[in-house]
Structure formats: C-alpha cells, structure tokens
Design a protein around this ligand. Sequence first.
Ligand code: AMP
Length: 125
Amino acid sequence: MPVSGLPPYDTQNIFARILRGEIPAKKVFENDFAFAFHDINPQAPTHVLVIPKGPYCSFADFSASASEAEIAGFIRAVGTIAKDLGLEAPGYRLLANMGEHSGQEVPHFHVHLFAGRPLGRMIPG
Ligand code: AMP
C-alpha cells in the first residue's frame, strides 16, 4: 500500500524497468528479495544500489507494507552484498532517501551503499 497522501507505485519507474530486464544494469547481486547494481552516476569509488524485488515506493512504504520475510530478506541481502564486496573492514555507508526533503528521485525503495574512501560527514554543512 502506498503511504497515505503520496502517489501509488509507478510501474514504469526506472528501477521497475531494470527489475523487468527492460533496461540494462551492472548487476552485483540477486536473490528472491533483492537486486543490486552499480549506480549510473557514482558518488564514491563503490556506489551500489540495493532494491527490493517487490513494488515499494519508498522506505516508508516498504517498512509499513512489506512482509517480515521481505524485510528480513532485504536487510540480510544488504549485509551480504557489503560483506561479499569486502567492505566490512574498511567500512561503508548506507543511505535511503525518502520523499521530497531527501531529494528521492526514483520512486522505488532503494538503499545506497557507498564505500572505497573515507566518506566524510554524514550531512555536509
Ligand atoms: P535517489 O536520489 O535516492 O532516488 O537516488 C537515485 C539514484 O539512482 C541516483 O544515484 C542515480 O544516479 C541512480 N540511477 C538513476 N538511473 C539509474 C540507472 N538506469 N542505473 C543505475 N542507477 C541509476
């Protein structure tokens, strides 16, 4: 279910099209719950996007509407991806934008995984 007051899930959003194989992506990982690929405009040496397979607009939608299995499967996938990329020792940052003030551009829930250099302050300014 979309969040009250926000538009419903747009099945033509770019990540939905990537999941359907209509648009190419540089795949990093896939299982029943998650798909991960390199960001097209990387903001760090490693910049991977992890998305759930289900149609969720945002973190708010996912956290409220996804099943326990989807949530557990997704979170475990994020951890597995970071571990398999060798990022636990140097460290990494996770970020999820939600809604207008965050600047969320793509209305399919996604987690950014940044790594590969010291990442500085969480929020500049
Ligand atoms: P957000 O602002 O949190 O919605 O982030 C959306 C991210 O998706 C941005 O970092 C974009 O660079 C990335 N992006 C947009 N289109 C594509 C694409 N076709 N393949 C990979 N990443 C994309």
